[in-house]
Design a binder for this molecule. Structure first.
Ligand SMILES: Cc1cc2nc3c(=O)[nH]c(=O)nc-3n(C[C@H](O)[C@H](O)[C@H](O)COP(=O)(O)OP(=O)(O)OC[C@H]3O[C@@H](n4cnc5c(N)ncnc54)[C@H](O)[C@@H]3O)c2cc1C
Length: 335
């Protein structure tokens, strides 16, 4: 209901301001309803994974047809990665994993990728580092690269989301009559918790700890989080989850995307009014990945967006290679 009303307000506003963007918070406030403001804040935290609805671009929020959850791979992302790796190796690609890139520098017209093990030379580099990792500056780029990259990063936030997986005895869900993929939101004074009961039909509760709550959870001690999450679940009365504590089966799993140095965030989010762009090309170095895709219908922030961005980056390199080959042919025939 609240979301329908918000969308209605957005549609009316958009009809009057077709070329402008507005924050989700401003839209919610226009409704003059405290419930709608609370729902907008909950969506900002649990879906966009940012600290406030004031940071959410309404164009982004409603621009993606894929909607909540985006693409779901039936047999998991591992299978897709294995298939892509197999295909690339078939074409003799030399794939090296478990190497930490520390710097990418231009040396005598070529690119040097300095890793924790060695330095690799390349003609072209495509980076799919996350917004969080790029903003942290942990990988060194030439000054000319940073001067083009930084203004783009300034319009983006690294959305923060931690998932807490609570494994329960399968019978618990049947005894409490809980259907697969039931969503419940608990509006606490400090935070709105989103619970995904019986996630994908599995005997699990997934608790979303997003935005400001994310880092707090990841930096806390395991026993504290376990205690607090079981407390939270025990308090849920619709559907009734009492007795959950006695049905815990194994350890709770807590993701670390927000604090893991190789991610430093879950996915990109644009500030209101800032438009996305396609991969950034700086000479032979290209920045791509989920954050660098202009067309909102291609699902930036999600796997489809990451795929589309990589496709565009690949095409840009192919165009450069074709041009270089042509120039070489002309030079040879002139000689
Ligand atoms: C909680 C959560 C839920 C999501 N749910 C969905 C969903 O349901 N559907 C969907 O479509 N998308 C979902 N996404 C988004 C999706 O996972 C991303 O959009 C996608 O993975 C982005 O791909 P990418 O290639 O751009 O970047 P990434 O997958 O982030 O790849 C970047 C890679 O760079 C590596 N790296 C970082 N630093 C270095 C370094 N110094 N040296 C070498 N390597 C480095 C990282 O280890 C990582 O493997 C979700 C994301 C999160 C966090």
């Amino acid at each position: 209901m609240a979301m329908n009303r918000l969308f209605e307000i957005y549609s009316i506003w958009k009809a009057q301001h077709p070329d402008e963007d507005i924050s989700l918070r401003q839209l919610a406030e226009a409704s003059k309803s405290r419930v709608i403001v609370a729902v907008a804040e909950e969506r900002a935290a649990n879906w966009m994974a940012v600290d406030s609805a004031a940071q959410v671009s309404s164009d982004e929020f409603w621009g993606d047809d894929a909607g909540s959850g985006g693409m779901q791979l039936q047999e998991g992302i591992g299978k897709l990665v294995a298939a892509m790796t197999g295909e690339a190796q078939y074409y003799k690609a030399d794939i090296q994993t478990r190497r930490i890139v520390q710097a990418v520098k231009k040396v005598k017209g070529r690119l040097h990728i300095v890793t924790d093990k060695d330095t690799i030379e390349a003609d072209y580099v495509v980076s799919t580092l996350s917004v969080g990792a790029l903003k942290s500056g942990s990988i060194q780029f030439d000054r000319g690269v940073r001067s083009q990259l930084d203004p783009i990063l300034a319009g983006m936030t690294a959305a923060r989301m931690t998932k807490i997986f609570v494994p329960l005895r399968p019978e618990f869900f049947d005894q409490h009559n809980i259907a697969p993929d039931t969503f419940v939101t608990i509006y606490d004074r400090r935070h709105a918790w989103l619970l995904h009961l019986r996630t994908d039909g599995k005997p699990l509760v997934t608790i979303f700890a997003s935005a400001a709550m994310s880092e707090l959870v990841e930096r806390s001690n395991y026993a504290d989080i376990e205690e607090q999450m079981l407390d939270l679940l025990e308090r849920v009365d619709q559907p009734n989850l009492s007795g959950v504590r006695d049905n815990l089966e194994g350890r709770i799993h807590i993701t670390d995307w927000t604090t893991n140095a190789y991610f430093l965030g879950a996915y990109s989010a644009m500030l209101p009014g800032v438009k996305r762009r396609n991969p950034l090309v700086v000479g032979n170095l290209i920045f791509a990945g989920e954050a660098f895709v202009q067309n909102l219908k291609k699902s930036p922030s999600q796997m489809t967006g990451a795929w589309e961005s990589g496709r565009i980056a690949g095409k840009k390199i192919l165009t450069k290679l074709t041009l270089a080959a042509r120039t070489e042919t002309v030079a040879t025939s002139l000689a």
